[in-house]
Design a protein around this ligand. Structure first.
Ligand code: ASP
Ligand code: MG
Length: 414
């Protein structure tokens, strides 16, 4: 018997029939004796539909009203799911974010959770009820409805699990876990049984879109065991509970792989400013204006200076390329640089693994594997548990496949 928070995403509750399936699944856990708190998203496509309507009325919709509107999607699914549970003889009660009292700050549209009152939920659980909570929404101090940003139901689920000190937070989605890399690029990619919070954060921020990044951060901070699994697979009560991928803290038993996965990002572009004077304040002189233009910077490289000048390269999101280039052209004149060049057709490929911490030679193995395929590396950056390279876009698939096999990721490591 355990206390489990289960979150079902938009596709899992996309039709009445699927909502009935979710109710069946919850019933199986209840029959086993588990206490269940459920978090649901809006039916798939619903949040987008609401957003479109808002923009038909106003291209800058009022932020408060926008949240009132968006929060309705989840209100539909909590009610329908609770009806489906009650009809099956599983007592259930639905709650909006306001009713549970998920207190957030007042940053409409990207609100942060400040506090959760778990008393209502405890009372229901004690009386044998399933608690069904609307994801993605909360309420501020003044009683205004807020929303947490797209994909925010994941964060709601993790936050509830943390507040209730649940045994596990299960995120049901349309994939059955976290893979060593995207199976569409490498068909042999393998589902991981476990991955650490840190690794998952790297994988998520590098473009594996299984979980909202904030949810992973939250889970890591409060040490909430988080499991990603498919809502279309049967629950597997024989193994220690269920299938999927468990995201957890590092422990000895963890699959002792050097590398857990390969993430990639197709959305990058790079910019170089050549021949800038090599003197204090130049990096700030370049990146300050880019930041002022609200453009986020990813990798940064500055060469060692020669003849009193240096070259400076960084990457941005591809959507920001044109704007970033315009800023650089301006800055280049002011700083007396020689030239600004850029390339939009680049990608970033990263090896991720906590095992890197204790092992030398991973980088050279990576670079060798890429060299053997004739793949030129444009930029390199490293952190404790990650090595990223920027290569030409045309090498993405080859690069990922090459590294996946060089590090033997298709085979289960023991
Ligand atoms: N319905 C919201 C969205 O589409 C929240 C969620 O699904 O997590 O972003
Ligand atoms: Mg989602």
């Amino acid at each position: 018997m355990a206390l489990i928070v289960q979150k079902f995403g938009g596709t899992s509750v996309g039709t009445v029939e699927r909502i009935e399936n979710v109710a069946e699944r919850i019933k199986k856990f209840r029959d086993r004796g588990d206490d269940i708190v459920v978090v649901v998203s809006a039916m798939s496509g619903e949040t987008n539909r609401l957003i479109e309507m808002a923009y038909q009325i106003d291209e800058k919709p009022n932020a408060r009203e926008y949240d009132v509107l968006l929060s309705t999607g989840e209100q539909v699914t909590i009610a329908l799911l609770s009806m489906a549970l009650n009809r099956r003889g599983v007592p259930a009660r639905s709650y909006t974010g306001t009713q549970v009292h998920i207190l957030t700050d007042s940053a409409h549209n990207k609100a942060r959770i400040l506090d959760i009152n778990e008393l209502n939920m405890r009372t229901d659980l004690d009386q044998g009820r399933v608690v069904v909570v609307a994801g993605f929404q909360g309420v501020d101090e003044k009683g205004n409805i807020t929303t947490l940003g797209r994909g925010g139901s994941d964060t709601t689920a993790v936050a509830l699990a943390a507040a209730l000190k649940a045994d596990e937070c299960q995120i049901y989605t349309d994939v059955d876990g976290v893979y060593t890399t995207d199976p569409r690029v490498v068909p042999e990619a393998r589902r991981l049984e476990k991955i650490t919070f840190e690794e998952m954060l790297e994988m998520a921020s590098l473009g594996s879109k299984v979980l909202q990044i904030r949810a992973v951060e939250f889970a890591g901070k409060y040490n909430v065991p988080l499991r990603v699994l498919s809502s279309f697979d049967e629950p597997n009560f024989d193994s220690d509970g269920v299938n999927g991928t468990l995201i957890t803290y590092e422990e000895d038993k963890m699959e002792q792989a050097l590398i857990s996965g390969i993430a990639f990002n197709r959305d990058e572009a790079k910019l170089t400013i050549l021949g800038v004077p090599d003197k204090p304040g130049v990096a700030h002189g370049i990146l300050g204006p880019v930041g002022d233009a609200n453009i986020e910077i990813d990798m940064i490289i500055q060469n060692i200076g020669a003849d009193g000048t240096t070259d400076f390269t960084f990457t941005v999101h591809r959507n920001d390329f044109v704007a970033a280039k315009a800023v650089l052209n301006r800055v280049s004149n002011e700083l007396g640089a020689r030239e600004v060049i850029g390339d939009e057709k680049i990608v970033k490929i990263s090896l991720v693994g906590v095992g890197m911490r204790s092992h030398a030679g991973i980088a050279s193995k990576m670079f060798k594997a890429l060299a053997e395929e004739g793949i030129n590396i444009n930029m390199i950056s490293t952190s404790e548990i990650k090595i990223s390279v920027v290569v030409d876009e045309k090498y993405l698939e080859l690069g990922v496949r090459t590294l996946h096999s060089a590090f033997g990721l298709a085979e289960k490591q023991s």
